[in-house]
Design a protein around this ligand. Structure first.
Ligand code: BGC
Length: 874
């Protein structure tokens, strides 16, 4: 034990635990564009990332060498025929850009890394990782879009089935397939699914770009006849989205398949979708993301060759100018299953399953009965007082699945082209009495790797973390959505920006948000206006303050959390255009023109913030982030220009809205919070303003009144101004309005409104009352940063330098969190006992950390595991 300061003890574990072997630094977890061994990447110069691990303290990488080879064996032997970086003296382990030969479409590149530690010893070469190029040149596309003619009856549209049989006559070296749809597709080979992705090719503005996926099917093809098939659903393309009447991007689903088969003898076949395929309608008689799916098992299409029937061949349409781009973000997949906890029967023949968790996905049905028996499933988040399901808040979303039995044997059904947001499943028409195992909840989400863990001694707070996590899980579905259940489910920008930082703790969302920020750019108007929802839908007006600003805030957040300067660089022109769009029509720097839908501090608790105050604060904030981005990117002229603009907006804000006593127009919690959080006030007035905020909270008997926007900055601001006691009070309250209140009412996800249901009023306005909306869960960021104490250093983004700054309080006796950062696992775990604060910290190799202890002392550490002891207060 080393006594470093009279009142603080520092115990570096590495000094007392035996360090075995040499201080090797091994490169692990190799990723390319944030993905492990991606297949179908169309980035010409992808970026590499690895983590270095060491049993010793303070290890650093002094150099690296990347070798990229056209064969796995070549890479394993260090032969870089595609690229050999040579030994580069650098500590960089993230965002290292490939600078080798251009890959051809479909080509696989294998890579390894060797690293050198701080004393110059080299590691073993890493294990071999790879990536496969997607289609690198548009002219390599040979397939055509295929589908059946438009169905006139838009309310119940069947899926389309297309298929083709082909022969393989020679031994195969490798085979892969590119697949896409205008709509959704589910691909099969010989009747078995290809991949486990759901709702591919994901949601984009299909008028601007359409994604495709790539699958390795080498092991799936056999000598002789093979059959490739696709079911095509409407999805976001031509089904209902939001509360539009459907057909937002087109009027029928079409599919695209291009299969590349390389034979051992060096020859090659390409099989593409075209007018020679077969097509039919079949078992999916109706499909819609919002309305649900109807499946008649008697009508399953065998897809076993040419067919007799109404449609022999699909229409085939040549590719148009809309670019096809490789899907780089994690696809939607099944991420969990939930068994019901309870069945009730509120009416004869009506069974209600309680999964005890508000979730997103669908129900798997197990049933046995006669041919033609029809089971209906309906979905809801809440129950009526009589135990029936409460569906009023779903508005126009019917969320109903119907299964017609083939009969005579046990049958299992899961839908293909719909999803629901629900905790309860209502089953009617079931032949006999359904048992517990008749229903299973199948949880779907964009499969972003889980990176964060948070827990503490207060069960209410743990439940809050659970609810935030599940809110993210359900609403990060192809794009970040507002809610999963009603006829909305849109990429609402305000929700996304306020929650982004929390999201980056819970999951690795770098690839997900990289893709979505492209949707955001695609949604930008020619004048520069970002939108309210991305992909842009419905009401065509530009984005509101704090909503449109997501176009600046989210790329900046990804840069901060993952050190992604390329993303910042790519999004920068759009970010600048947005600021110019506002600035050009608001010459006095108060944002009143082009404030569009101007939602304000949405869903606050009778504590509205004047629109111009909130808007101008965001104008200053986004301009500040733009200026910072310009600095990062070395655009000095821009940086100076936007720093000056930010200062001018700040001056205008003070002049218009802040009086000499620090009172801000509107006198709401949010106006004080954002003025402090966005650094809009002169130094000498900040403490005063923070006191006003505290007083405001006290006047509400220590309760918050912030809406979607203010809530994200509330606790961080209280902590920044030395008022963490109050922040803890808000965190642990269980009376209205608070997070705890919803938990006391049984919430298992974050509610859209503080008063979604109250014991005095019951349900809020069903017109807008979701029980799974993540926005108010943006307090998660503060829980990781300040309760457990893991934060980043904005000057060294991506956790290259880590800030460990736990702020104990709220009666908590312990708290811990970990984060699998782009540099490796960071953890912070503290416990208070006997008046002393004990802290365990893990800092990944090749990073450093500054540790702040409750007694005010500060420690700089290199990587390793550390134990600190400090008095609980100053
Ligand atoms: C959505 C929100 C969104 C809001 C805009 C709502 O209908 O569900 O989450 O941000 O509209 O105010």
């Amino acid at each position: 034990m080393v006594r470093l300061m009279p009142r603080t003890l520092l115990l570096p574990l590495a000094l007392v635990l035996p360090v075995l072997g040499a201080a090797q630094l091994s490169p692990n977890r190799l990723r390319c564009e944030y993905l492990e061994n991606p297949i179908g990447l169309d980035v010409a110069a992808p970026r590499f990332n690895w983590i270095v691990e060491s049993s010793a303290q303070g290890e650093r990488q002094s150099a690296y060498q990347i070798v990229v080879s056209s064969t796995a064996a070549g890479a394993a032997h260090g032969q870089g025929d595609l690229w050999d970086s040579g030994k580069i003296a650098s500590g960089q382990t993230t965002q290292v850009v490939y600078a080798g030969k251009q890959l051809q479409s479909g080509q696989v590149a294998y890579w390894t890394v060797t690293t050198w530690n701080r004393s110059g010893e080299s590691s073993k070469r890493s294990s071999v990782a790879h990536w496969q190029a997607g289609i690198m040149r548009p002219e390599d596309w040979r397939a055509q879009w295929i589908g059946l003619p438009v169905m006139p009856n838009k309310t119940a549209r069947p899926a389309t089935y297309v298929w083709k049989s082909f022969d393989i006559a020679k031994p195969i070296k490798r085979a892969y397939v590119y697949a896409s749809a205008k709509g959704l597709y589910r691909m099969t080979l010989d009747g078995k699914r290809v991949g486990n992705d759901i709702f591919t090719p994901g949601w984009t503005d299909y008028r601007k770009r359409i994604q495709y996926e790539t699958y390795d099917i080498t092991g799936r093809l056999k000598r002789g006849p093979n059959l490739v098939g696709m079911a095509l659903g409407d999805g976001w393309y031509c089904g209902h989205v939001g509360n539009t009447s459907g057909n937002d991007y087109g009027d029928r689903a079409m599919g695209l398949v291009q299969m590349e088969i390389e034979y051992l003898d060096g020859s090659h076949d390409t099989i593409v979708s075209d007018g020679t395929w077969n097509a039919a309608r079949g078992a999916i008689e109706a499909n819609d993301l919002l309305q649900g799916e109807s499946y008649d098992a008697r009508k399953e299409v065998k897809m076993d060759g040419p067919m007799a029937g109404e449609w022999l061949h699909p229409d085939a349409v040549a590719l148009d100018a809309v670019p096809l781009v490789a899907q780089h973000d994690p696809t939607v997949q099944q991420v969990a299953e939930i068994k019901p906890k309870k069945i009730s029967q509120p009416k004869p023949g009506v069974y209600v399953y309680d999964l005890a968790q508000n979730m997103v996905g669908w129900a798997r049905l197990k049933v046995e009965g006669k041919s033609g028996d029809k089971v209906q499933l309906r979905f809801a988040e809440m129950l009526n007082p009589d135990g029936t399901i409460y569906t009023t808040n779903l508005r126009g979303a019917k969320a109903t699945d119907t299964y017609t039995l083939a009969g005579g044997k046990p049958e299992t059904y899961e839908p293909t082209f719909t999803f629901h947001g629900f905790r309860y499943v209502e089953v009617t028409g079931y032949p006999g009495t359904p048992g517990m195992d008749a229903i299973t909840g199948v949880v779907l989400s964009s499969n972003n790797p889980v990176t964060g863990e948070f827990a503490c001694s207060n069960e209410l707070v743990n439940k809050l973390q659970h609810n935030i996590f599940w809110g993210q899980r359900g609403n990060y579905l192809s794009v970040p959505t507002d809610c999963p259940q009603r006829d909305e489910r849109l990429g609402w920008m305000g929700d996304a920006q306020i929650f982004a930082r929390t999201a980056c703790f819970n999951n690795d969302v770098a690839a997900f948000l990289t893709k979505w920020t492209q949707d955001v750019v695609d949604a930008q108007s020619s004048e520069g206006g970002f939108s309210d929802v991305s992909p842009r839908m419905g009401d065509d007006s530009d984005g509101a303050p704090a909503w449109g600003d997501a176009g600046v805030i989210v790329p900046w957040t990804v840069y901060q959390c993952y050190g992604d300067t390329r993303l910042l660089d790519e999004r920068y022109p759009a970010m600048r255009k947005w600021i110019e769009y506002i600035d050009s029509v608001n010459p006095d720097h108060i944002w009143v023109k082009r404030s569009n839908n101007n939602f304000g501090d949405w869903l606050n608790v009778q504590d509205d913030t004047p629109r111009p105050v909130l808007a101008t604060a965001y104008f200053a904030h986004s301009t500040d982030l733009l200026a910072r981005s310009a600095r990062v990117l070395g655009k000095t002229e821009d940086a100076e220009k936007y720093e000056a603009l930010r200062d001018a907006i700040r001056a205008a804000f003070i002049q218009h809205f802040v009086d000499a006593e620090g009172k801000i127009q509107g006198d709401s919690q949010t106006c004080y919070v954002i003025a402090l959080a966005f650094d809009l006030l002169p130094k000498d007035r900040r403490a005063n303003v923070a006191d006003r905020l505290a007083k405001h909270i006290a006047e509400r008997k220590d309760h918050l009144s912030t809406g979607f926007v203010g809530v994200g900055y509330l606790n961080p601001t209280l902590t920044a101004f030395g008022k963490s006691d109050l922040a803890y009070k808000l965190l642990t309250n269980d009376t209205y309005p608070s997070w705890g209140y919803s938990i006391r009412q049984g919430a298992t996800t974050i509610w859209e409104r503080w008063d979604g249901w109250t014991d005095t009023k019951g349900f809020q306005d069903p017109g807008m009352n979701s029980f799974n909306h993540y926005s108010l869960g943006s307090v998660g960021e503060w829980m990781y940063k300040s309760v457990a104490g893991i934060d980043l250093d904005p000057a060294k983004p991506g956790y290259e330098h880590i800030i460990i700054h736990p702020v104990p309080g709220g009666g908590l006796t312990w708290a811990r969190a970990s984060l699998d950062s782009i540099h490796g696992r960071i953890s912070s775990s503290w416990r208070v006992s006997g008046g002393e604060f004990g802290l365990d910290v893990a800092v990944p190799a090749n990073t450093t950390a500054t540790v702040y202890l409750p007694d005010g002392s500060v420690r700089e550490v290199e990587s390793g595991k550390f134990h600190f002891v400090s008095p609980i207060g100053r």
